[in-house]
Design a protein around this ligand. Structure first.
Ligand code: DQA
Length: 143
């Protein structure tokens, strides 16, 4: 089984960007963490990041054919993107929405998520460890 792990805008700067909020690990570290957890459960992963809303929509379209489940950190598009919600609504498998930070403890505009209307589970505030926990959860769900 294959999990697509999709990351939105500014997450390419993970480790450098507001480390007091998002931590010191880079996106490459997160990919390695996910790959190790997936391997332990005999799962494949596809790991991607884009700063562009339309590209994220297309990554979700690709997942329709190729993925059994999606983990998505839509970053700022969480709070603005009907297009990403619509794309996820065209995907049939489980979807986990993930935020590194605890968005509900932050500014009010981060409290609303379009993606949550589709997500089967939402993680926020687990730091980058959330990615590992989400892969482990999907491993048991897809087993
Ligand atoms: C984020 C939270 C969003 O509000 C923010 O725009 C991000 C990252 C997180 O992982 O905590 O870029 O999704």
């Amino acid at each position: 089984k294959t999990i697509h792990i999709l990351n939105g805008p500014n997450l390419n700067l993970l480790g450098k960007r507001q480390p007091e909020i998002y931590g010191a690990d880079t996106l490459a570290d997160v990919e390695a963490l996910c790959a190790a957890e997936a391997a332990a459960h005999d799962l494949d992963i596809v790991f991607a990041q884009s700063n562009h809303e339309g590209e994220i929509v297309e990554l979700i379209h690709e997942a329709r054919e190729a993925a059994d489940a999606i983990i998505i950190n839509p970053a700022a598009y969480t709070h603005t993107s009907v297009a990403i919600l619509d794309a996820l609504n065209a995907f049939d498998g489980p979807v986990i929405e993930l935020h590194i930070s605890q968005v509900h403890k932050r500014e009010a505009f981060r409290h609303h998520s379009y993606v949550s209307l589709r997500a089967d589970a939402v993680m926020a505030g687990f730091g980058v460890n959330g990615y590992r926990l989400a892969v482990a959860h999907l491993a048991s769900l897809l087993a």
